[in-house]
Design a protein around this ligand. Sequence first.
Ligand code: HEM
Length: 376
Amino acid sequence: DAVVDFYGGHQAGVTTAAQERLMFAALDVTTTDVTELQRLLGRWAAMAARMTRGEPVSSSPTKPEQPPFDTGEAMDLGPHSLTITVGFGPSLFDDRFGLADRRPAALAPFGTVPGDAVMRPELSDGDLCIQACADDPQVVFHAIRNLVRAARGTATLRWSQLGFGRASATGAGQSTPRNLFGFKDGTRNIHADDQAALDRWVWVDAQDSAGPATDWMTGGSYLVARKIRMEIESWDTDELSDQEKIFGRVKATGAPLTGGDEFTAVDYEATGSDGQPVIDVAAHIRLAGPENNGGVRLLRRGYNYTDGQDPATGKLAAGLFFIAFQRDPQAQFKVLQTRLGKSDLLNEYIAHIGGGLWACPPGLSAVGDWYGKALF
Ligand code: HEM
Protein backbone atom coordinates (compact mmCIF):
# COMPACT_ATOMS: atom_id res chain seq x y z
CA ASP A 1 0.00 0.00 0.00
CA ALA A 2 1.33 3.41 -0.98
CA VAL A 3 3.28 5.37 1.62
CA VAL A 4 4.22 9.04 1.17
CA ASP A 5 7.42 9.94 3.02
CA PHE A 6 6.61 11.96 6.13
CA TYR A 7 10.06 13.44 6.81
CA GLY A 8 11.74 15.81 4.33
CA GLY A 9 12.59 19.41 3.54
CA HIS A 10 8.94 20.32 2.85
CA GLN A 11 5.75 19.00 4.44
CA ALA A 12 4.00 16.37 2.33
CA GLY A 13 0.53 17.20 1.02
CA VAL A 14 1.59 20.19 -1.09
CA THR A 15 3.34 18.78 -4.15
CA THR A 16 2.20 15.21 -3.41
CA ALA A 17 0.07 14.02 -6.33
CA ALA A 18 -3.42 14.95 -5.12
CA GLN A 19 -5.09 12.00 -3.40
CA GLU A 20 -8.80 11.24 -3.80
CA ARG A 21 -10.03 12.29 -0.34
CA LEU A 22 -9.67 15.17 2.08
CA MET A 23 -10.53 15.93 5.65
CA PHE A 24 -9.60 19.43 6.71
CA ALA A 25 -9.78 20.69 10.30
CA ALA A 26 -9.34 24.10 11.91
CA LEU A 27 -8.68 24.20 15.66
CA ASP A 28 -8.59 26.86 18.34
CA VAL A 29 -5.94 26.63 21.04
CA THR A 30 -7.58 26.76 24.47
CA THR A 31 -4.52 26.72 26.70
CA THR A 32 -2.44 29.83 27.36
CA ASP A 33 0.56 27.72 28.38
CA VAL A 34 3.04 27.72 25.52
CA THR A 35 4.68 24.49 26.73
CA GLU A 36 1.37 22.66 26.41
CA LEU A 37 1.02 23.96 22.85
CA GLN A 38 4.56 22.81 22.03
CA ARG A 39 3.85 19.41 23.55
CA LEU A 40 0.78 19.08 21.33
CA LEU A 41 2.79 19.92 18.21
CA GLY A 42 5.31 17.26 19.19
CA ARG A 43 2.58 14.71 19.87
CA TRP A 44 1.03 15.47 16.48
CA ALA A 45 4.39 14.99 14.74
CA ALA A 46 4.90 11.57 16.30
CA MET A 47 1.32 10.49 15.56
CA ALA A 48 1.41 11.79 11.99
CA ALA A 49 4.69 9.98 11.28
CA ARG A 50 3.11 6.73 12.43
CA MET A 51 -0.28 7.14 10.76
CA THR A 52 1.27 8.02 7.39
CA ARG A 53 3.04 4.64 7.55
CA GLY A 54 -0.31 2.96 8.25
CA GLU A 55 0.53 2.32 11.90
CA PRO A 56 -1.68 3.05 14.92
CA VAL A 57 -0.99 6.39 16.66
CA SER A 58 1.05 4.82 19.45
CA SER A 59 3.34 1.80 19.67
CA SER A 60 2.48 1.25 23.34
CA PRO A 61 -0.01 -1.55 23.99
CA THR A 62 -3.22 -0.40 25.67
CA LYS A 63 -3.98 -1.94 29.07
CA PRO A 64 -7.50 -3.40 29.32
CA GLU A 65 -8.50 -0.78 31.90
CA GLN A 66 -7.50 2.12 29.56
CA PRO A 67 -9.31 3.56 26.54
CA PRO A 68 -7.37 2.45 23.45
CA PHE A 69 -4.63 4.89 22.35
CA ASP A 70 -5.78 4.53 18.74
CA THR A 71 -9.49 4.70 17.97
CA GLY A 72 -9.07 1.71 15.64
CA GLU A 73 -11.15 2.36 12.53
CA ALA A 74 -8.11 2.49 10.22
CA MET A 75 -6.46 -0.59 11.74
CA ASP A 76 -6.73 -2.83 8.68
CA LEU A 77 -6.82 -0.19 5.95
CA GLY A 78 -3.17 0.64 5.25
CA PRO A 79 -1.80 4.16 4.66
CA HIS A 80 -3.43 4.91 1.26
CA SER A 81 -0.88 7.68 0.59
CA LEU A 82 -1.97 9.57 3.71
CA THR A 83 -0.38 13.00 4.11
CA ILE A 84 -0.86 15.30 7.09
CA THR A 85 -0.07 18.98 6.64
CA VAL A 86 -0.18 21.33 9.63
CA GLY A 87 -0.44 25.13 9.57
CA PHE A 88 -0.51 28.11 11.95
CA GLY A 89 -3.18 30.81 11.58
CA PRO A 90 -2.60 34.56 12.11
CA SER A 91 -4.55 34.37 15.39
CA LEU A 92 -1.86 32.14 16.96
CA PHE A 93 0.41 35.18 16.89
CA ASP A 94 -1.67 37.36 19.20
CA ASP A 95 -0.47 37.99 22.77
CA ARG A 96 -1.14 34.52 24.21
CA PHE A 97 2.14 32.78 23.39
CA GLY A 98 4.62 35.62 23.01
CA LEU A 99 4.79 35.04 19.25
CA ALA A 100 3.67 38.52 18.10
CA ASP A 101 7.07 39.45 16.64
CA ARG A 102 7.39 36.05 14.95
CA ARG A 103 4.45 36.56 12.57
CA PRO A 104 5.68 36.98 8.96
CA ALA A 105 4.11 39.91 7.09
CA ALA A 106 2.72 37.39 4.61
CA LEU A 107 0.54 35.90 7.39
CA ALA A 108 -1.66 39.00 7.79
CA PRO A 109 -5.45 38.46 7.75
CA PHE A 110 -6.83 39.51 4.35
CA GLY A 111 -9.61 41.68 5.72
CA THR A 112 -12.65 41.64 3.44
CA VAL A 113 -11.73 40.82 -0.14
CA PRO A 114 -14.30 41.20 -2.98
CA GLY A 115 -16.53 38.12 -2.98
CA ASP A 116 -16.25 37.68 0.80
CA ALA A 117 -19.57 39.26 1.76
CA VAL A 118 -21.15 36.05 3.04
CA MET A 119 -18.15 34.47 4.79
CA ARG A 120 -19.35 32.77 7.98
CA PRO A 121 -17.18 33.08 11.09
CA GLU A 122 -18.13 29.56 12.22
CA LEU A 123 -16.64 28.16 8.98
CA SER A 124 -13.59 30.41 8.98
CA ASP A 125 -10.12 30.81 10.48
CA GLY A 126 -8.62 28.98 13.46
CA ASP A 127 -5.29 29.02 15.32
CA LEU A 128 -4.18 25.73 13.73
CA CYS A 129 -5.16 23.76 10.66
CA ILE A 130 -4.65 20.16 9.63
CA GLN A 131 -5.07 18.99 6.04
CA ALA A 132 -5.31 15.20 5.83
CA CYS A 133 -5.39 13.69 2.33
CA ALA A 134 -5.43 10.01 1.33
CA ASP A 135 -7.01 7.69 -1.18
CA ASP A 136 -9.45 6.31 1.41
CA PRO A 137 -12.18 8.32 3.19
CA GLN A 138 -11.90 6.43 6.48
CA VAL A 139 -8.13 6.93 6.60
CA VAL A 140 -8.47 10.73 6.46
CA PHE A 141 -11.29 10.73 9.01
CA HIS A 142 -9.26 8.54 11.36
CA ALA A 143 -6.26 10.88 11.08
CA ILE A 144 -8.21 14.02 11.97
CA ARG A 145 -10.24 12.29 14.67
CA ASN A 146 -7.13 11.05 16.44
CA LEU A 147 -5.22 14.34 16.13
CA VAL A 148 -8.20 16.26 17.50
CA ARG A 149 -8.57 13.70 20.28
CA ALA A 150 -4.90 14.11 21.21
CA ALA A 151 -5.49 17.87 21.46
CA ARG A 152 -8.07 17.55 24.23
CA GLY A 153 -7.32 20.09 26.96
CA THR A 154 -5.04 22.08 24.63
CA ALA A 155 -7.07 22.81 21.49
CA THR A 156 -10.61 22.19 20.26
CA LEU A 157 -12.07 21.62 16.84
CA ARG A 158 -13.48 24.87 15.42
CA TRP A 159 -14.75 23.58 12.06
CA SER A 160 -13.96 20.81 9.62
CA GLN A 161 -14.65 19.74 6.05
CA LEU A 162 -14.75 16.45 4.20
CA GLY A 163 -13.87 16.50 0.50
CA PHE A 164 -14.12 13.93 -2.26
CA GLY A 165 -12.97 13.76 -5.86
CA ARG A 166 -9.80 15.80 -6.06
CA ALA A 167 -10.59 18.97 -7.99
CA SER A 168 -7.06 19.65 -9.18
CA ALA A 169 -4.23 17.81 -10.85
CA THR A 170 -0.90 18.44 -9.13
CA GLY A 171 1.12 15.36 -9.99
CA ALA A 172 3.30 15.21 -13.05
CA GLY A 173 1.26 13.27 -15.60
CA GLN A 174 -1.83 13.08 -13.33
CA SER A 175 -5.03 13.28 -15.40
CA THR A 176 -7.12 16.41 -14.92
CA PRO A 177 -10.22 15.74 -12.79
CA ARG A 178 -13.50 17.68 -12.90
CA ASN A 179 -15.20 19.97 -10.44
CA LEU A 180 -18.94 19.84 -9.67
CA PHE A 181 -19.71 22.20 -12.57
CA GLY A 182 -18.37 19.40 -14.78
CA PHE A 183 -15.27 21.25 -16.02
CA LYS A 184 -11.70 19.98 -15.96
CA ASP A 185 -9.92 21.71 -13.09
CA GLY A 186 -6.16 21.99 -12.79
CA THR A 187 -5.17 22.18 -16.46
CA ARG A 188 -2.88 25.15 -15.91
CA ASN A 189 -2.03 24.35 -12.32
CA ILE A 190 1.55 24.31 -11.04
CA HIS A 191 2.58 20.69 -11.37
CA ALA A 192 4.97 18.80 -9.11
CA ASP A 193 7.68 18.38 -11.76
CA ASP A 194 7.92 22.12 -12.47
CA GLN A 195 10.71 22.88 -9.98
CA ALA A 196 11.26 26.43 -11.25
CA ALA A 197 7.58 27.31 -10.70
CA LEU A 198 7.58 25.67 -7.25
CA ASP A 199 10.60 27.70 -6.21
CA ARG A 200 9.16 30.90 -7.64
CA TRP A 201 5.53 30.56 -6.47
CA VAL A 202 5.11 27.88 -3.77
CA TRP A 203 8.04 27.52 -1.34
CA VAL A 204 9.05 30.33 1.00
CA ASP A 205 12.66 31.30 0.37
CA ALA A 206 15.23 32.40 2.99
CA GLN A 207 15.30 35.85 1.41
CA ASP A 208 11.53 36.30 1.96
CA SER A 209 11.89 36.79 5.71
CA ALA A 210 12.42 40.21 7.21
CA GLY A 211 15.00 38.80 9.65
CA PRO A 212 15.73 35.98 12.10
CA ALA A 213 12.38 36.39 13.91
CA THR A 214 10.39 35.28 10.87
CA ASP A 215 12.80 32.98 9.05
CA TRP A 216 11.12 29.89 10.55
CA MET A 217 8.92 29.74 7.42
CA THR A 218 11.82 29.10 5.03
CA GLY A 219 10.92 25.94 3.12
CA GLY A 220 7.27 26.25 4.12
CA SER A 221 4.22 27.40 2.19
CA TYR A 222 1.05 29.39 2.92
CA LEU A 223 -2.25 27.55 2.68
CA VAL A 224 -5.40 29.46 1.70
CA ALA A 225 -8.67 27.54 1.98
CA ARG A 226 -12.01 28.73 0.67
CA LYS A 227 -15.27 26.85 1.10
CA ILE A 228 -17.01 27.92 -2.11
CA ARG A 229 -20.67 27.03 -2.32
CA MET A 230 -21.84 26.30 -5.86
CA GLU A 231 -25.37 27.11 -6.98
CA ILE A 232 -25.71 23.76 -8.64
CA GLU A 233 -29.44 23.95 -9.43
CA SER A 234 -29.10 27.27 -11.30
CA TRP A 235 -25.94 26.11 -13.05
CA ASP A 236 -27.74 23.03 -14.30
CA THR A 237 -30.31 25.24 -16.09
CA ASP A 238 -27.60 27.30 -17.82
CA GLU A 239 -26.99 26.52 -21.47
CA LEU A 240 -23.76 24.81 -22.48
CA SER A 241 -22.49 27.77 -24.51
CA ASP A 242 -22.89 30.08 -21.51
CA GLN A 243 -21.18 27.62 -19.16
CA GLU A 244 -18.25 27.50 -21.57
CA LYS A 245 -18.18 31.29 -21.91
CA ILE A 246 -17.94 31.62 -18.12
CA PHE A 247 -14.77 29.54 -17.92
CA GLY A 248 -13.43 30.26 -21.42
CA ARG A 249 -12.99 26.54 -22.04
CA VAL A 250 -14.81 23.67 -23.79
CA LYS A 251 -16.66 21.57 -21.23
CA ALA A 252 -16.00 18.14 -22.74
CA THR A 253 -12.30 18.51 -23.53
CA GLY A 254 -11.04 21.37 -21.37
CA ALA A 255 -9.56 23.05 -24.48
CA PRO A 256 -9.60 26.86 -24.59
CA LEU A 257 -12.45 28.32 -26.68
CA THR A 258 -9.77 29.63 -29.02
CA GLY A 259 -9.05 26.07 -30.19
CA GLY A 260 -6.69 23.13 -29.87
CA ASP A 261 -6.67 20.54 -27.11
CA GLU A 262 -6.69 20.81 -23.30
CA PHE A 263 -3.11 22.02 -23.08
CA THR A 264 -3.07 24.39 -26.09
CA ALA A 265 -2.10 27.94 -25.12
CA VAL A 266 -5.01 30.36 -24.76
CA ASP A 267 -5.24 33.10 -27.41
CA TYR A 268 -6.57 36.04 -25.38
CA GLU A 269 -6.47 38.33 -28.43
CA ALA A 270 -8.69 36.24 -30.73
CA THR A 271 -12.02 37.80 -31.76
CA GLY A 272 -15.11 36.06 -33.15
CA SER A 273 -17.20 36.93 -36.23
CA ASP A 274 -19.13 39.40 -34.03
CA GLY A 275 -15.88 41.24 -33.26
CA GLN A 276 -16.08 40.29 -29.58
CA PRO A 277 -13.18 38.54 -27.79
CA VAL A 278 -13.57 34.75 -27.98
CA ILE A 279 -12.39 34.51 -24.37
CA ASP A 280 -14.84 36.88 -22.66
CA VAL A 281 -13.29 39.86 -20.87
CA ALA A 282 -14.71 38.49 -17.59
CA ALA A 283 -14.10 34.76 -18.24
CA HIS A 284 -12.59 32.91 -15.27
CA ILE A 285 -9.42 31.88 -17.12
CA ARG A 286 -8.79 35.36 -18.48
CA LEU A 287 -9.05 36.98 -15.06
CA ALA A 288 -7.07 34.22 -13.31
CA GLY A 289 -4.45 33.59 -16.01
CA PRO A 290 -0.86 34.61 -15.21
CA GLU A 291 -0.54 36.46 -18.55
CA ASN A 292 -3.06 38.98 -17.24
CA ASN A 293 -1.83 39.16 -13.62
CA GLY A 294 1.85 40.04 -13.78
CA GLY A 295 2.68 36.33 -13.95
CA VAL A 296 1.10 35.41 -10.57
CA ARG A 297 0.40 31.70 -10.09
CA LEU A 298 -0.87 29.37 -7.35
CA LEU A 299 -0.65 25.66 -6.62
CA ARG A 300 -4.33 24.67 -6.41
CA ARG A 301 -5.17 21.49 -4.48
CA GLY A 302 -8.90 21.64 -3.80
CA TYR A 303 -11.62 19.01 -3.40
CA ASN A 304 -15.29 18.79 -4.25
CA TYR A 305 -17.56 18.69 -1.22
CA THR A 306 -21.15 18.17 -0.24
CA ASP A 307 -22.76 18.66 3.14
CA GLY A 308 -26.01 17.09 1.94
CA GLN A 309 -29.01 19.36 1.54
CA ASP A 310 -29.68 22.91 2.66
CA PRO A 311 -32.64 22.45 5.05
CA ALA A 312 -34.03 25.92 4.31
CA THR A 313 -34.15 25.61 0.52
CA GLY A 314 -33.86 21.89 -0.22
CA LYS A 315 -30.94 22.65 -2.55
CA LEU A 316 -27.70 20.67 -2.60
CA ALA A 317 -25.22 22.19 -0.17
CA ALA A 318 -22.21 21.44 -2.34
CA GLY A 319 -19.26 23.10 -3.97
CA LEU A 320 -15.53 23.39 -4.12
CA PHE A 321 -13.31 23.29 -1.07
CA PHE A 322 -10.61 25.42 -2.69
CA ILE A 323 -7.10 24.99 -1.30
CA ALA A 324 -4.11 26.84 -2.69
CA PHE A 325 -0.45 26.83 -1.63
CA GLN A 326 1.80 29.80 -2.25
CA ARG A 327 4.91 31.65 -1.23
CA ASP A 328 3.16 34.95 -0.44
CA PRO A 329 -0.63 34.96 -0.07
CA GLN A 330 -0.78 38.78 -0.06
CA ALA A 331 0.82 38.92 -3.51
CA GLN A 332 -0.84 35.78 -4.88
CA PHE A 333 -4.26 34.63 -3.59
CA LYS A 334 -5.33 38.08 -2.41
CA VAL A 335 -4.44 39.71 -5.71
CA LEU A 336 -6.21 37.05 -7.78
CA GLN A 337 -9.30 36.87 -5.58
CA THR A 338 -9.63 40.66 -5.55
CA ARG A 339 -9.84 40.50 -9.35
CA LEU A 340 -12.09 37.46 -9.51
CA GLY A 341 -14.36 38.68 -6.70
CA LYS A 342 -15.00 41.94 -8.58
CA SER A 343 -15.73 40.70 -12.08
CA ASP A 344 -15.61 36.91 -12.63
CA LEU A 345 -18.60 35.68 -14.68
CA LEU A 346 -18.54 32.68 -12.32
CA ASN A 347 -19.71 34.85 -9.41
CA GLU A 348 -23.35 34.44 -10.45
CA TYR A 349 -23.06 30.78 -9.51
CA ILE A 350 -20.72 30.69 -6.50
CA ALA A 351 -20.37 32.12 -2.99
CA HIS A 352 -17.35 32.02 -0.70
CA ILE A 353 -18.80 30.96 2.66
CA GLY A 354 -15.74 30.06 4.73
CA GLY A 355 -12.01 29.46 4.81
CA GLY A 356 -8.81 30.90 6.15
CA LEU A 357 -5.09 31.44 5.87
CA TRP A 358 -2.39 29.36 7.57
CA ALA A 359 1.40 29.24 7.50
CA CYS A 360 2.55 25.64 6.96
CA PRO A 361 6.13 25.45 8.24
CA PRO A 362 8.81 23.42 6.44
CA GLY A 363 9.04 19.65 6.67
CA LEU A 364 10.16 17.71 9.73
CA SER A 365 13.70 16.35 9.51
CA ALA A 366 13.55 13.17 11.61
CA VAL A 367 12.04 11.54 14.70
CA GLY A 368 12.12 14.13 17.50
CA ASP A 369 11.51 17.12 15.20
CA TRP A 370 8.09 18.77 15.56
CA TYR A 371 5.79 21.25 13.84
CA GLY A 372 7.14 24.76 14.24
CA LYS A 373 10.23 23.77 16.24
CA ALA A 374 12.05 26.76 14.72
CA LEU A 375 9.15 29.09 15.55
CA PHE A 376 9.19 28.92 19.35
C1 HEM B 1 -8.51 27.93 -13.62
C2 HEM B 1 -12.72 26.40 -11.83
C3 HEM B 1 -12.22 29.40 -8.04
C4 HEM B 1 -7.78 30.49 -9.57
C5 HEM B 1 -9.72 27.28 -13.49
C6 HEM B 1 -10.30 26.39 -14.47
C7 HEM B 1 -11.47 25.96 -13.95
C8 HEM B 1 -11.64 26.57 -12.66
C9 HEM B 1 -12.46 25.00 -14.60
C10 HEM B 1 -9.71 26.06 -15.85
C11 HEM B 1 -8.80 24.87 -15.84
C12 HEM B 1 -7.49 25.09 -15.15
O1 HEM B 1 -6.54 25.68 -15.70
O2 HEM B 1 -7.39 24.64 -14.01
C13 HEM B 1 -12.97 27.10 -10.66
C14 HEM B 1 -14.16 26.99 -9.87
C15 HEM B 1 -14.03 27.85 -8.82
C16 HEM B 1 -12.73 28.48 -8.93
C17 HEM B 1 -15.34 26.09 -10.20
C18 HEM B 1 -14.98 28.13 -7.68
C19 HEM B 1 -15.97 27.35 -7.33
C20 HEM B 1 -10.96 29.95 -8.12
C21 HEM B 1 -10.39 30.85 -7.15
C22 HEM B 1 -9.14 31.15 -7.58
C23 HEM B 1 -8.93 30.44 -8.83
C24 HEM B 1 -11.08 31.33 -5.87
C25 HEM B 1 -8.09 32.03 -6.94
C26 HEM B 1 -8.33 33.12 -6.27
C27 HEM B 1 -7.60 29.88 -10.78
C28 HEM B 1 -6.37 29.96 -11.56
C29 HEM B 1 -6.59 29.25 -12.73
C30 HEM B 1 -7.94 28.72 -12.64
C31 HEM B 1 -5.09 30.69 -11.14
C32 HEM B 1 -5.61 29.05 -13.89
C33 HEM B 1 -5.86 30.10 -14.91
C34 HEM B 1 -4.95 29.95 -16.10
O3 HEM B 1 -3.73 29.92 -15.90
O4 HEM B 1 -5.46 29.85 -17.22
N1 HEM B 1 -10.55 27.38 -12.41
N2 HEM B 1 -12.13 27.99 -10.06
N3 HEM B 1 -10.07 29.75 -9.13
N4 HEM B 1 -8.51 29.11 -11.47
FE1 HEM B 1 -10.33 28.61 -10.81
